[in-house]
Structure formats: structure tokens, C-alpha cells
Design a protein around this ligand. Structure first.
Ligand SMILES: Cc1cc2nc3c(=O)[nH]c(=O)nc-3n(C[C@H](O)[C@H](O)[C@H](O)COP(=O)(O)OP(=O)(O)OC[C@H]3O[C@@H](n4cnc5c(N)ncnc54)[C@H](O)[C@@H]3O)c2cc1C
Ligand SMILES: Cc1cc2nc3c(=O)[nH]c(=O)nc-3n(C[C@H](O)[C@H](O)[C@H](O)COP(=O)(O)O)c2cc1C
Ligand code: SF4
Length: 644
């Protein structure tokens, strides 16, 4: 199983124990001056311990004006060497090859925001297209030459720090890419104009670094293969042309990158099927690219990656988010236990953290970025207890599994005939099916953990009396909020959950009350079935609880599907023919066959009062505490599991 992923590999002279690589991830864990922190070291050491052959650092800025994120790693000065050395060593001591990525933020940099004097720089002075960014100024020809020199000096620093390879970050719209794109490079000198001219800076950077490091030291490169721009970008064929130039200039491998921050379509969200971008690698190979090739984007499943290597489409499986969600994925592959892999569901919460200048976290892996924190270590329980977990959603399962691994006797009650809780309705709407991987993973863990599972079993005070547990964990989740609107009891009214689980049918037209995440996804689900859909939302925008990486696209898709979005609108009365609402003081009617409620969830806590005083100890976790999302459910389950 997965023998192609487990084969040894080689990039230049660098020998590699398998075909798996951790792709650069800016975690925002470094200090304001860019120095490496213990947190960053622990984060990457765990990736190495997890079995990947290569672990890349985040893209470090080679010049202070290139700092793009609050906790980005710095590479701009020798004073940073002690931390960089510790990082390289920690990766190597844990069994992986240590690679250091260089990435100047260019017009995405934020010097002023981070207390650095000066403006962001780029090939051409430009106003930002996104609110996060600031105007950038044009680099003079002298500055371009100096920057080439700086890349050379940085290569030397990376070698001095003990890394075994350098990686050039030429993707996502940062400085190097901004020279390649006609929309950001309007120069008329030899660094602008033709494709060859626009590539000149990048090629000079590669050549200067090669000159600095010598023929044998590996230089890896991450390079855009499709910028996902309607205008002002390059074609896929031009990117292949560029790849040939990089190869000729001396890079030892190429990793395909997708999109820039202003792209017109998504590159790495769940909207794209796992393995979607492999066709590009195939194109590069067919075009005669000789150096090893990889693609990290949305390649989340081992069976797809293994086959792509077997078919000669890629040479390595590069993963960023898949190893943030599960650093031990490579070891699990090697040990033949793919069912234990936590598959990244591409919700992009981690990326949203990065762009919001907060430390990166993962909704599926509460330990990400907290690997060394005492409260995230699981130790055998000092006293073995009988623990009853009520509710087989993500919170209950996580708590039950961690507690069982620690040696407790665990009984898991679930009133339905299957485990997973709300993960089932959550995986139904378009582009949400990856959540099924999580459900499968959680169920596999329960079956391996020695937990006694009682399906179709509602826990009651009576059950507590019979079971005599030492501890009860309430993870009973949440149920849809039914608003107090006249007519809400009508036969034409259903909840979003009823619709997504197929319990209730919807007529040809529907008005959805509530335009949050669940309202938006039920709208898309119904629009895909050809129904006429209207969303009523009291706020000024729909999708307020969807992260920024996904929100613009959800709104765009709903608009394209013809879903009417009535914002600043209050539903006042449900009638047999639809809804009477109030849009900014004006009464309106919204005719529909069916009214769908999506106005939030309420904790399902009936049991709490029933159990009080009847069991020695009760804990409440997940939606049962406050209705939120999967990340909170899993984290609270984990935290309680390690302490109970
Ligand atoms: C349509 C939809 C889409 C969503 N999409 C996302 C998303 O994209 N990302 C995200 O992060 N979150 C999403 N969520 C939210 C997420 O699913 C929940 O926050 C999460 O499932 C909460 O987990 P939980 O374990 O606390 O509760 P639940 O998942 O609600 O599980 C509780 C379980 O307890 C059982 N139970 C209740 N009472 C008893 C009893 N007395 N005895 C035995 N069993 C009992 C229930 O049957 C249920 O299985 C979505 C939710 C919905 C409804
Ligand atoms: C939180 C986060 C930080 C990232 N930081 C970097 C970075 O520093 N350098 C880089 O080249 N790519 C960076 N990326 C892009 C990833 O390396 C990768 O190309 C992208 O996430 C798609 O691959 P995946 O589907 O395997 O995650 C980052 C991605 C994420 C999610
Ligand atoms: S936060 Fe979401 S997208 Fe990021 S690694 Fe975790 S599961 Fe994947």
C-alpha cells in the first residue's frame, strides 16, 4: 500500500527517505523582528517527527521591506542566525531534511504596519487592489540589482544556518511573481515588457544564488503554474516557458503554485476536488521539464498522490495543510494505517488566521502550534475512572477517544443510529463533502479505542443510575433555533437541518430566514436543484460567519445561481404564501412555497438539569456549551480528554 510514496527519492544531490514533503507554512509564530521562536521550532520539529522526508521553513523575508506577515521569519541579518540554526537542527534531529524558503513579500509586504520605515516595493508603483495592502513604490534598476545581491547573501546565511537546501518562493503574487505579471509589472526597461524581460529578475536571482551556493547545493523552487487571473496574468503555457528558464538557470526541483491574493477564482479551497491541479504537473512533464516536479495545492489524499507518482505525473507529494491537520500522516502511511489520517478539509481557517495577523491554528488539530504546551500533552490517567460521554458528535468522540487512550473506561451514548452528530448535515451542501473524511476518521478511532458505544441510546437520569459513572461528559450538541415569528408553526416551515438531512421536502421556491453559513449553504443546495431561492438577512452582508477566504466566493456563487440576497431585512410574519418582511423600514412580501429557518442553533442542555446532583461530576463541551463550530468542539473534547 502506498509504495510509491514510500520510495526513496532525490533532488539534486539531496537523498530523501520517502516522497513526502512539508510545504512552507507561515505560522505567524516568529517574533516581531523575525527571529525564530521555540513555538516555531516545535511546530516544524513535529512535522519532521511525523515522518516527512523534507520539511520547509516558512518563507523568510530577505529584506525588512519584504515582511508580509506579523510573525513571519526573518532572513535579513546574521543576528538571526542562532534561531535559524536551532530550527534547522530541530528538523534534522527529528529525521527530516531541513529546507529554508526565501520569500520577499513585495507589494504584499506591510513594513509600516510592523513598525518598519519605508513602503512596500514592486516592479511598478501601484495602488493596492485589496484593503489589506498599501501602495507600493517602484524599485529602481539599482535596487533590483541590490535585491539580486541580497538573495545571494541570504543563500549564504541559509547555508551557514545549517539547512540542507534552499527554496525560492516564487508564487502567490509576492515580489518575484509581481515581476512576472503584466498587471503588476509595467516597466519599460529590460525588467519589463516581454516574458523574457519580466522573468529577468527571477532568473538573475536563481543564477546569483547558484553562484553563491555552488553546483551541488540543492536549490528548490516553488513557482506559479496558473495565476487564476482573467486579465493581466500569464497563460499556463507561458508559465511552462518560465519553468524552462528556471530550470536552465539552475533549480533542482519545481513545485507548482496556484493563484495570487487577487485571483479571480479559488486555488485551494474545498471548491476544488482533491488532486484537481495534477493536470498542470502532467502538462509540465509533457512539456519536457526534467527536474523533479511536485504540486502541493489540494492534494489531500494519499491514494491520489501515490497514484500520481506511480503515473509519473509528480515526483514528490508536497503538503502544507494536510500536515498541519495531521503531522503524523507520513508515519501513518508507512505503518499502513491510512484510516488514522486526519484529512484536511480545506476550510482555510489556518489561512484566514495568517491573513488576519494572528497565530495559525487548525480546526482539526488542536495541537498545531501548541505542540510543547503542557495542557496539550496526553499522559496515562493517574486514576482510572468510568466516564460516560453523552453525544457522538466531534466533541464527544474526541473526548471519548483521548480519555480511553489514557486508560479510562469509556461508554459513549448516541441517541441516533450513527456517530458524527452535525457532521452529517454539515457535509451535504455543495463543496462540503470533505467533512465526510472527518466523520470516517472519528468513527475509525472510536472502533479502535476500546470504547463501549451505545447507538440508538438516549442517555437519561435513569441511565446514570444504572451506569454509575464517575464522570459524565455532556456533548449533546445543539439544535436549530426556532424564532418567535407569527406563523412559524405552519406546515410550510422547515429547518435548514431538515432540508439538508432529507427529512423534509422543499417546494419550487423557498425563502430562507438567516444568511449565515448554514443559510448560505442550504440556499446553494436548493438552487442547485433548480429552485427559486431568496435569503433574508438582518445584517448588511450575508455569510458574516464564513471566513474571508471563502466568503467572497460563496456570495459570488449564490449570485451566479440567481439566489436573491435581501440584506438588512427582518422577517416579521410567515404566511401560507411566504414571508412578510421589513427591509429598512419598508414592508415587503417574499412569496415562497417553503420557508427555511437558518437563524442559529441553541445548546441542547435538557440533560443538565435532569442530571444535576445525580452524578459525581459533569462537564459540558462543544455546541452543548455554546453553539459554534467543529474546531471548538474538537479542541474542547481534546482538552477535557487529557485532563479528565
Ligand atoms: C448544516 C451545518 C453545516 C455546518 N458546517 C460547518 C463547517 O463547515 N465548519 C464547521 O466548523 N462547523 C460546521 N457546522 C457546525 C458543526 O457541525 C458543529 O459545531 C459541531 O458538529 C458540534 O459538535 P458537537 O459534538 O458539540 O455536537 P453535535 O455535532 O451536535 O453532536 C451532538 C450529538 O449528541 C447526540 N445527543 C444529543 N442528546 C443526546 C442524548 N441525550 N443521548 C445520546 N445522544 C445525544 C446527538 O444525536 C448528536 O449526535 C455546521 C453545522 C451544520 C448544522
Ligand atoms: C497558513 C499557511 C501559510 C503558508 N505560508 C506559506 C509560505 O510561507 N510560503 C509558501 O511558499 N507558501 C505558503 N503557503 C502555501 C502552502 O505552502 C501551500 O502551497 C498551499 O497551502 C496549498 O497547498 P496545500 O493544499 O497542501 O495546503 C501557506 C499556506 C498556509 C495554509
Ligand atoms: S484549518 Fe482547515 S484548511 Fe487549515 S489545515 Fe486545518 S483542516 Fe486544513
Amino acid at each position: 500500500m502506498f509504495e510509491h510514496l514510500l520510495q526513496p527519492g532525490q533532488i539534486g544531490k539531496l537523498k530523501l527517505k520517502n516522497r513526502m514533503k512539508f510545504a512552507a507554512a507561515n505560522s505567524n509564530y516568529c517574533s516581531m523582528d523575525g527571529s525564530v521562536t521555540d513555538r516555531e521550532i516545535a511546530f516544524l520539529a513535529e512535522k519532521a517527527r511525523g515522518g516527512a522526508a523534507m520539511v520547509s521553513s516558512m518563507g523568510g523575508y530577505p529584506h525588512v521591506l519584504g515582511k508580509a506577515y506579523i510573525g513571519q521569519m526573518g532572513l535579513y541579518d546574521d543576528t538571526l542566525l542562532p534561531g535559524l540554526k536551532q530550527l534547522a537542527q530541530a528538523i534534522q534531529n527529528n529525521g527530516a531534511r531541513a529546507i529554508c524558503e526565501i520569500m520577499h513579500g513585495g507589494n504584499y509586504a506591510h513594513p509600516h504596519k510592523y513598525g518598519i520605515e519605508g513602503e512596500p516595493v514592486g516592479p511598478t508603483a501601484m495602488e493596492p487592489k485589496l484593503p489589506r495592502y498599501a501602495p507600493c513604490r517602484e524599485m529602481s534598476k539599482n535596487e533590483i540589482k541590490e535585491m539580486v545581491e541580497i538573495y545571494g547573501e541570504t543563500a549564504r546565511r541559509i547555508i551557514n544556518a545549517g539547512f540542507e537546501a534552499i527554496e525560492i518562493g516564487c508564487l502567490t503574487g509576492y515580489l518575484l511573481v509581481s515581476f512576472l505579471l503584466p498587471r503588476t509589472n509595467r516597466r519599460t526597461d529590460e525588467y519589463g515588457g516581454s516574458l523574457e524581460n519580466r522573468a529577468r529578475f527571477v532568473v538573475e536571482v536563481i543564477q546569483r544564488m547558484r553562484q553563491e551556493v555552488g553546483a551541488d547545493y540543492p536549490i528548490l523552487m516553488r513557482a506559479t503554474a496558473n495565476d487564476l487571473l482573467h486579465e493581466g496574468g500569464n497563460t499556463e503555457e507561458e508559465y511552462i516557458e518560465l519553468a524552462r528558464m528556471y530550470e536552465a538557470a539552475g533549480v533542482d526541483s519545481l513545485s507548482l503554485g496556484l493563484g495570487i491574493h487577487e485571483s479571480d477564482s479559488p486555488g485551494l479551497t474545498a471548491e476544488l476536488e482533491p488532486g484537481h491541479w495534477l493536470y498542470l504537473a502532467e502538462k509540465w512533464k509533457k512539456a519536457g521539464i526534467k527536474v523533479p516536479v511536485m504540486v502541493s495545492c489540494r492534494l489531500s489524499r494519499p491514494e491520489i498522490a501515490d497514484k500520481a507518482i506511480a503515473d509519473g505525473i509528480i515526483d514528490f507529494w508536497e503538503m502544507c495543510r494536510p500536515l498541519i491537520a495531521d503531522p503524523y500522516l507520513p508515519n501513518k502511511i508507512a505503518e499502513g494505517r491510512p484510516e488514522d489520517i486526519v484529512t484536511c478539509i480545506a476550510d482555510c481557517n489556518c489561512l484566514d488566521n495568517l491573513l488576519s495577523d494572528v497565530p495559525v491554528s487548525c480546526i482539526l488539530n488542536p495541537r498545531a502550534g501548541r505542540e510543547e504546551e503542557p495542557e496539550f500533552q496526553s499522559q496515562p490517567a493517574a486514576t482510572k475512572r468510568k466516564i460516560v460521554v453523552v453525544g457522538g458528535g466531534p466533541a464527544g468522540i474526541e473526548a471519548a477517544c483521548v480519555a480511553a487512550q489514557r486508560g479510562h473506561q469509556v461508554v459513549l451514548y448516541e441517541e441516533k443510529d450513527r456517530l458524527g452528530g452535525q457532521l452529517f448535515p454539515a457535509s451535504v451542501a455543495p463543496y462540503k463533502s470533505d467533512i465526510q473524511y472527518l466523520t470516517d476518521y472519528l468513527i475509525a478511532q472510536v472502533s479502535k479505542s476500546g470504547i463501549e458505544v451505545r447507538l440508538n441510546s438516549r442517555f437519561t437520569a435513569q441511565s446514570a443510575e444504572e451506569d454509575q459513572p464517575d464522570v459524565v461528559i455532556l456533548a449533546t450538541g445543539s439544535t436549530p433555533l426556532i424564532p418567535e415569528i407569527p406563523g412559524v408553526d405552519g406546515d410550510n416551515v422547515v429547518t435548514a437541518l431538515d432540508v439538508l438531512t432529507g427529512k423534509k421536502q422543499v417546494g419550487d421556491s423557498a425563502v430562507i430566514i438567516g444568511g449565515g453559513m448554514i443559510g448560505c449553504e442550504v440556499a446553494e443546495f436548493l438552487a442547485q436543484q433548480g429552485k427559486k431561492v431568496t435569503i433574508l438577512e438582518t445584517q448588511k452582508r450575508i455569510g458574516q460567519d464564513i471566513n474571508a477566504i471563502n466568503r467572497w466566493r460563496v456570495i459570488q456563487r449564490l449570485t451566479q445561481a440567481g439566489v436573491s440576497q435581501e440584506t438588512r431585512t427582518q422577517a416579521e410574519e410567515i404566511t401560507t404564501s411566504g414571508i412578510r418582511g421589513n427591509k429598512e423600514g419598508i414592508s415587503q412580501s417574499y412569496p415562497a412555497d417553503t420557508v427555511v429557518l437558518a437563524v442559529g442553533m441553541v445548546p441542547n442542555r435538557e440533560l443538565l438539569t435532569e442530571l444535576e446532583g445525580k452524578v459525581p461530576s459533569i462537564h459540558i463541551i462543544g455546541d452543548c456549551s455554546v453553539p459554534r463550530k467543529i474546531g471548538e468542539a474538537i479542541e474542547e473534547g481534546f482538552r477535557l480528554g487529557v485532563t479528565v
